[in-house]
Design a binder for this molecule. Structure first.
Ligand code: SAH
Length: 353
């Protein structure tokens, strides 16, 4: 039993079964035993690899997309450049290197990072020392200013709840203990106000996921973008509408049961981009496949330019990285991009219909 598993068993014995959201929050962010609290999970020696860790081109494309939004909105002379869950700081390092080619842009930017993991905060502070980042525990404390923000594989880490359609109501999927082990169970069906809009497009037995922290964060970001200007690019795996169980655990690059080794595996769920767009008090794009988005931004021209300086194994892995980021059978389709922007300004590049 992991130390966190013992804590979970005691909690359930005292208070009864817990929601998947409570379980995810404890597994990922428990102050002593949480997954993100205790480690840097990224990379080959870790549990999973993300797009910015695959190739510098990913961060470069996103940085230039935000730069275009800044130009389109009249080059505000002072703005917040923000990232949610910046991992090792790789995306922002690549993004700002590319953004430096736009005169005046970085001089106007103050870098703000929202990060929960002490281990990754240290990595980000080192990687981005030249830009003197300010750290935040939540988006609420970001300064009130034009906000140009990026979040890659952040929203999938936020705690979800699962509900099974049962008659006109919903049974919540919860986690209890059965025969001495953590096990899923269901509550009695009841109406769920947050799912009223799903009564028409679901039937008995359908499972739907909600993520209140995600819609709360989007509402806060969207308010700032509507009020002060700016743009947000949200990249993650997911779809336009939640349907079915997407709660998953990954450990050392393999899928495992989400109830196995709590605190030692990464827990995620697919992002419901439709719910995010509906929660935004500013304009929101449809979710565009990552491969389409990156192609429209010119990743292939960039790949050719970089390839000209490479040969042998380095060239092979560069070509493989381009394919991995863009091909529909790799990350190109499952990963999607949502853009937020103020009414009356151009749609962020790569995301227009
Ligand atoms: N964006 C990075 C890292 C993705 S991993 C990349 O693409 O490589 C998820 C990131 O979100 C980590 O930095 C993790 O510590 C952070 N994170 C997860 N839950 C969080 C929360 N509730 N608040 C702030 N940061 C969180």
């Amino acid at each position: 039993m992991t130390p966190l598993e013992a804590i979970l068993h005691r909690r359930i014995a005292a208070e009864g079964p817990m929601s998947i959201a409570e379980y995810m929050a404890m597994c990922l962010l428990h102050p002593e035993h949480g997954y993100y609290t205790t480690r840097d999970p990224l990379g080959r020696g870790g549990d999973f690899t993300t797009a910015p860790e695959i190739s510098q081109m990913f961060g470069e494309m996103l940085g230039l997309a935000l730069a275009q939004c800044w130009l389109d909105q009249g080059q505000p002379s002072s703005f917040v450049l923000a990232e949610l869950g910046a991992g090792r700081g790789t995306l922002m390092t690549d993004a700002t290197r590319a953004m430096a080619s736009v005169p005046g842009l970085l001089e106007a930017a103050q870098l703000h990072l929202v990060e929960a993991s002490p281990a990754l905060k240290t990595a980000q502070a080192q990687a981005l020392a030249a830009l003197s980042p300010t750290f935040h525990d939540s988006v609420e404390t970001l300064p009130e200013a034009p906000l140009f923000l990026v979040a890659n594989e952040f929203f999938d880490a936020l705690p979800i709840r699962q509900f099974l359609r049962s008659g006109d109501g919903w049974s919540e999927r919860v986690i209890g203990v059965s025969d001495g082990a953590l096990a899923f169970g269901l509550t009695d069906p009841a109406p769920v106000a947050a799912l009223e809009h799903r009564s028409g497009d679901t039937v008995e037995g359908d499972l739907v996921e909600t993520c209140a922290p995600a819609t709360g964060i989007i509402a806060e970001i969207g308010r700032r973008i509507a009020g002060h200007g700016g743009a947000a690019l949200v990249i993650d795996y997911g779809s336009s509408r939640s349907l079915g169980d997407t709660f998953q655990a990954v450990r050392r690059h393999e899928k495992v049961s989400p109830l196995e080794a709590p605190g030692e595996a990464d827990l995620t769920a697919h992002v419901d981009f439709g719910a995010l767009a509906a929660a935004a008090p500013c304009e929101a794009t449809d979710d565009v496949p990552q491969g389409v988005f990156l192609e429209r931004l010119g990743i292939t021209a960039r790949a050719h330019a970089l390839a000209a300086r490479l040969s042998g194994g380095a060239l092979d892995s560069h070509v493989a990285a381009h394919r991995r980021l863009t091909h529909p059978q790799e990350m190109g389709s499952l990963f999607r991009t949502l853009g937020l922007f103020p009414a009356g300004t151009p749609v962020p590049p790569g995301l227009a219909e």
